[in-house]
Write a protein of this length. Sequence first.
Length: 302
Amino acid sequence: MKLLHKEPLVHFLVLAIGLFVLHSAVSHDDVDADIKRIVVDQDSLLTFIQYRTKSFEPVTAKKQLDSFTDDELKKVIDDYVREEALYREARTLGLDRDDYVIKRRLIQKIDYVARGFAESSGKATAEDIQKYFSENKNDYYIEPRITFTHVYFSAKRHGAEKAKTLAEQKLTELERTKATFHDASKHGERFLYGMNYVERSELYVDSHFGPEMTKKVFAVEPKQGSWYGPFVSTHGAHLVMVTQKQTGRMPTLAEVRTRVEQEARRAITEERAKEATQKIVESYDIDVVYEKPKEKLAKLNQ
């Protein structure tokens, strides 16, 4: 899906990464000279504390750092120095090379940088939101809903035929006494999932009663005071009163705008980040020298 093409974003990201690589190459000698020198300053300790606590709040980390006793501060400094020294030694020995886990972490960092640029490059416009809604309208379809109550007789307790007979007898009583929606609790037996279903979807009703009964219940026209059945479910026999039914429909953008805006923004960010990382890939000369062995290729073509 091509929602937006943000060339300035792509160019800026590529330039930023390029400058970083160039700086690393130019300053390589200086880095080698200082490889054995670890500077413990406030910024390094704040970063260390935030990663250790997994709470990336600089103000909170600063308060925590300032509140340390001398012994606590010494321990944090010792931990930081140990971690930094071992990290540098591992890199000096080349232990970060040909390590797929480390490789994936570095890739994730580049993806994170790309996403950060994408998120900060601007909000979704009204045109973006409308276009996203039009292209993904089916995702916002409002399912049919129904409100009903039921009187239940257990097939497990009575057997299927007996449960149906009891329901037929009860239907006569409900019609004679003009039982209401709220009278349902006075009749029948306790049902595992409950008695009243208010604005429930077909999927929800199906999960409780099975597809056959669900189809029949949704076919009933709402009418206060009218009982229908018996309907047979996977659990037994039911008498049903439907009081409200909403047909499925496609909403207007105004009805679901908040959700559409959030999802459009995520989709646009994904697209911009993907474009930016693809530009990085395209900046490389790719030379595929691998060829499938001819004997295997011949077998595949047979």
